[in-house]
Structure formats: structure tokens, C-alpha cells
Design a protein around this ligand. Structure first.
Ligand SMILES: Cc1ncc(COP(=O)(O)O)c(C=O)c1O
Length: 417
């Protein structure tokens, strides 16, 4: 028996008392939004202002009717168990999308593409499938700041996360020399995110070349998170992708490389839970085996709607236009007040704060009823610093008028500091 705390009539079951629980669960950090909730506890925001929520990266633009229609037209599919591999027509649509988008030679939809239930599910489960926790000091490299799923995936798979800080003085580029040769030699998996959440940074060809060299030397797998790849700006070359770079650098068959993408941001369907993983066929064969047990097959109706979404680009262009409009307006409103600039891509403004990010976020909520996420909640203390310190992340997901209103309130806040 553990040391469960009891009061009359109530038995508390705590992690401490449940000695049979997986001890790795105790290492997981609360999610950034839980930390934000704790930060705001006891605060009543100024009721003179309506709430504007920019802390969470949930797309709010409307889902296109043709996607909802495809979903409802295939609802009868709920009567069947889907296969983990998914329909070949969905995999073919994804393979064709990849070939078109990244100017790739045709991928084999039978062996080089798998559907996943959102990139989050795929990014998490790949670590469970490939990490060997019996290896001494198994490590998973992550950018910092980063999407917290990478860290949880590493820990639950029995590895330790190691961090590559991305800093404003390096224009948020990845500096692989931050990890020692010894650390790289224990690395089994490296997550990269391009365009990055929260910085919006796109990996350069030179960063890819260096990462591929390290993967060749030390044998780790690269999981490239590309879920913001389609949220880019008019007139820019669309963000390059992992498979594109591998192809350009002559890496036939994409050895040890897996790219993850999603319809959530591209097509405004975060609730549909639909994405894919593509790349190294031998890894995908093993991942498919893992997933069969994990029970992560995609609903047939979602598969049909996903196929429709991957086959259409016009709704994505409209989606981009809406974000672009918001970036122009918000940056225009803030540029005289704070050092803001347009990111390479994505829908986040990673904004430097004149005071502590945590205090800034708290004051902005208290005084002006605007929620943004403190940068320190999105990063870990590593190499002597928390690279999220004195930054906040604003997701430009609310309608244009609300985003402009939030910018005006931020100006008011800064003018009073
Ligand atoms: C960097 C990053 N990767 C992956 C995801 C997961 O997205 P989804 O599972 O909806 O594809 C998110 C969601 O916010 C994200 O920000």
C-alpha cells in the first residue's frame, strides 16, 4: 500500500499511493494552457473589454462546406472497422499532394505514406515505436521553444529530451553544435519543426544538410513536424519540406526521415484529427505494425473528407489570405511600440516583451482581457537560459477585428509600463 491521504468518506488516489503506475507519468509537465490557467487564477479581467483569446493555436476560420459535405456523405462508413493502413485512394491523394507541393518524384502510396489521426498523434506515437529505452542514456533532440508533445513522447518512450535553443540573435536558426558529439551519439530521434511553432522559422537548406549529416553519422531518425507548411505569405516561395530537401540533396528513399503534416491548420479542421506521415518505407513498415496494436486507424468518413481536402488548394489559398490580412494589420498597429516582425510562415507572432513574459501576459489579461501565452511556458531551461523568456506567443486565429483590437490594447498596456 502506498501512503494515500484519506479524509472521512473519501479515499484520495494519488500518483504517490499508486505504486504500480508508470513512473514516467510523474515526469510530464502540465500543458502550457494549464500553466496559464494557474497564472490567471483569482484574476477577474477588466470587464470594460470583451475577451480576445490569442493563446491557443486553434484555427478558427470556417471549415469549407465541401469538406463537411464529404464527411456527411460517407457517414455510413461508421458501420465498418477501418484498416490502420487506410484506403489506398487516401494514400494516393496524399502522395500526389506531396509530389505536387514539393516537386518530388512520385512516392509509393503503398509503402511511403500512412494516415495519422492528426500530426500530434503521429509525432507522439513515432517515439513509442522507435525508441529503444534499454539503450544507455537514450535521447531525443528537440528545438527549444517547442511543441510540448515532443518532450512527453520522449519521456514516455523511455528517453530523455535534449534541447537545441533557437534564439533571436541567431534569427531562430538551429545550432546543432549546442549538443555534444556524446549527446548526438545517444540520440535516437530528433524532432524538428518547420515552419516552427512558435517562432515561424523555416529550416534552411544548410540546416537540413547538417541534420542529415548528423543522422547519417549517429543513426537517429528525424521526425519533421510540418503542420504549418501551408500557412505562408503571398509572394513568398512556399516553405521547403523535409522530403523536398532530402530529394534535393540526393537522399534516395528518404533514409531515417519521416515528415508529418496535417489538415488541421491547412484546411481548418482541427477537430477532424487527420494528417499523415511520409518518408522512409522501412520505418513506416515498422510504424504500421506498431500502430496496428496502438489502435490508431482513421474513421472511413474522415478518410473520405481528408481525401477531398488534400485534393483542393483553393480553400487553402483563402485561408492564407485571411492570416496575411491579420499579420499586416497587427504588425502595422504594433510596429511603433514593440519590435515585431512578420515570421517566415505560420500563424503566430513571437513577440518580445519589455517586461517579464509572465507578468506581461498576466497584466494584459487583468487590465485588457486579452490572453497570450508566456514564452517561458513553451520552452525549457537549457544551456543556462529559458529561450522563451521575455517573449509571448500570439496566435492570430481570431477574426481580423479582434486581432486589431488586441493589438490596440497591447499598445495601451505598453504605454503604461
Ligand atoms: C508544432 C505543432 N505540431 C503539431 C501540432 C498538432 O496538430 P494536429 O494534431 O492538429 O495536426 C500542433 C498543434 O497546434 C503544433 O503546433
Amino acid at each position: 500500500m502506498g501512503t494515500g491521504r484519506t479524509i472521512p468518506g473519501v479515499l484520495y488516489s494519488t500518483a504517490e499511493s499508486s505504486s504500480k503506475l508508470n513512473p514516467r507519468l510523474a515526469q510530464l509537465q502540465p500543458y502550457p494552457f494549464q500553466k496559464l490557467q494557474a497564472l490567471f487564477e483569482g484574476i477577474t479581467p477588466n470587464q470594460d473589454f470583451s475577451p480576445v483569446n490569442l493563446h491557443i493555436g486553434e484555427p478558427r476560420h470556417a471549415t469549407s462546406a465541401f469538406i463537411s459535405q464529404a464527411l456527411s456523405e460517407h457517414i455510413a462508413g461508421l458501420a465498418h472497422y477501418p484498416t490502420t493502413l487506410g484506403n489506398s485512394s487516401l494514400r494516393s491523394s496524399i502522395a500526389s499532394w506531396l509530389a505536387r507541393r514539393y516537386r518530388l518524384p512520385d512516392l509509393d502510396p503503398e509503402t511511403q505514406v500512412l494516415p495519422v489521426n492528426g500530426s500530434r498523434e503521429g509525432l507522439f506515437s513515432i517515439a513509442q515505436a522507435i525508441i529503444d529505452p534499454s539503450a544507455p542514456q537514450a535521447m531525443v533532440a528537440c528545438p527549444n521553444p517547442f511543441y510540448q508533445i515532443y518532450e512527453g513522447a520522449a519521456i514516455l518512450a523511455g528517453a530523455a529530451p535534449s534541447f537545441l535553443n533557437t534564439l533571436p540573435e541567431d534569427d531562430f536558426a538551429l545550432d546543432f553544435a549546442q549538443l555534444s558529439d556524446d549527446a548526438w551519439s545517444h540520440t535516437q530521434l530528433a524532432y524538428v519543426c518547420s515552419p516552427a511553432n512558435p517562432t515561424g522559422k523555416i529550416l534552411s537548406e544548410e540546416e537540413w544538410r547538417r541534420l542529415f549529416e548528423l543522422s547519417d553519422r549517429y543513426g537517429f531518425v528525424i521526425a519533421a513536424d510540418e503542420c504549418y507548411s501551408e500557412i505562408h505569405f503571398e509572394g513568398d516561395v512556399p516553405p521547403s519540406g523535409a522530403l523536398e530537401m532530402a530529394h534535393r540533396l540526393g537522399r534516395t528513399g528518404y533514409p531515417r526521415l519521416l515528415a508529418f503534416n496535417s489538415l488541421s491548420k491547412r484546411s481548418n479542421v482541427p477537430g477532424m484529427r487527420s494528417g499523415f506521415v511520409a518518408g522512409d518505407a522501412s520505418l513506416l513498415e515498422k510504424f504500421l505494425l506498431y500502430r496496428t496494436y496502438h489502435g490508431s486507424a482513421m474513421s472511413p468518413a474522415v478518410q473520405a473528407a481528408s481525401e477531398a481536402a488534400w485534393n483542393d488548394e483553393s480553400h487553402v489559398a483563402e485561408n492564407r489570405r485571411l492570416y496575411q490580412e491579420k499579420f499586416i494589420a497587427v504588425i502595422d498597429a504594433l510596429v511603433d511600440t514593440l519590435p515585431v516582425s512578420r515570421p517566415d510562415a505560420g500563424f503566430y507572432l513571437w513577440m518580445k516583451t519589455p517586461i517579464s513574459d509572465v507578468i506581461f501576459a498576466r497584466k494584459l489579461y487583468h487590465d485588457y482581457n486579452v490572453t497570450v501565452l508566456p514564452g517561458t511556458y513553451l520552452a525549457r531551461y537549457s544551456h543556462g537560459i529559458n529561450p522563451g523568456e521575455n517573449f509571448v506567443r500570439m496566435a492570430l486565429v481570431e477574426p481580423l477585428a479582434e486581432c486589431i483590437e488586441a493589438a490596440a490594447r497591447i499598445k495601451m498596456l505598453v504605454s503604461c509600463l
